[in-house]
Ligand binder design. Sequence first.
Ligand code: HAM
Length: 419
Amino acid sequence: MNPKFQAPKGVSEYLPPRSNLFDYVSRTLTTPALAAGYELIELPIFEDTELFTRGVGESTDVVSKEMYTFEDRGGRSLTLRPEGTAGVMRAVIEHNLDRGQLPVKLFYRGPFFRAERPQAGRYRQFYQFGIEAIGVNDPYLDAEVIGIAYAGYKKLGVSNFSLHITSLGDAESRKRHREDLVKFIESLNLDDETKNRAAKNPLRLFDDKRDDVRSKMQSAPLLLDYLNQESMENFAAVQAALKSINVPFEINPRMVRGLDYYTGTTFEFIHNGLGAQSGIGGGGRYDGLMETLGGQNLSGIGFGLGIDRVLLAMETEGCIPENIRYVDLFVIPLGVAAQSTAFTLVNQLRTAGFVVEQSFGDRALKGAMKAADKSGARFSIVIGDAEISSGTVELKEMSTGKASSVTLSALASELAKLS
Ligand code: HAM
């Protein structure tokens, strides 16, 4: 026998029946964005490597350690997308979407790639649902974006999480803070690699996982204390707007997002039952990204929600609805004539809007009934020669075993009545 293959290390895969839940989660997270007028953008999985080094930032783990970068046959350096915002911005600029009505409101769903150390909830290929609202800087838009993520979790019944928010302020506030933070960091006794990191983006040190760096950073100056009047008012307006739509939050001035493009409002949704990989979604405003990528100077805000982690959160919370995969009817034909009758009947019922499965092959009744059971169908019918000649079938409710006679021509209306 030839050796079997295995999936590459650390990728997430979804097979039935769990894949039904995956589909349900990604569709449900999308509904609040659709209700707010966001439109689909479908982008390539790989992009020019420089889009990420310039857009996401070289001080980040994502760019410095985790990118899947390869050379294509034409000698171009390409990278499997580690996140969605840079690609969306590239497309908006390339196709002049920012020259029309603003904000441009887009959503995307799909796989993303980061060469992280795999563990529960952390994968090398994972899935995000994301939105971006580009071109308008308005605290109500910040609150809309955060509210859309919140509504998605709530729709799924996920509740054991908290929303952390902070503000990185405007350029002036960040500059004043940076000066003091750099001075503070210079006073610390740090290794060269950490110093280099800090030179690229001193905020990164707030995110250092090592205990000694963490404790050294305890007394570091916090950006929130450096917000100027305008930035403070903006952040207060975001908070008021969130309160007005009943989105609870806590302010976390030490929160640092893993990507360098953030400015202004930033946020993270942290689940309390997932252990180390607790971030089920995050995002924020990015003032300079469009210009950095060669576009005009417009602000934007968005989020990415980790579909894999939301699914794990639902499993830990036990809030998985029954009947995610709903089948109305399972049809079992017995014999050659019945196969053809069943085939056209099933097609008619599907066209009428019912979810219908049928058994295939020369299956004995017992095996076919097992398949009907396994399908989770609400009803089943058996069609044999006798049923064809009488034009009547026994419509059996699978959960109770109760059956009633129904003519084939009345089957659709009977199913509609019962559903
Ligand atoms: P991010 O925080 O890097 O943000 O990722 C968003 C979410 O993706 C995380 O909260 C997490 O749920 C999920 N995630 C990230 N890495 C992994 C992984 N290795 N395995 C499983 N899930 C993962 C962004 O990507 C930004 N582009 C979000 C954004 C959009 N900001 C503004 N617009």
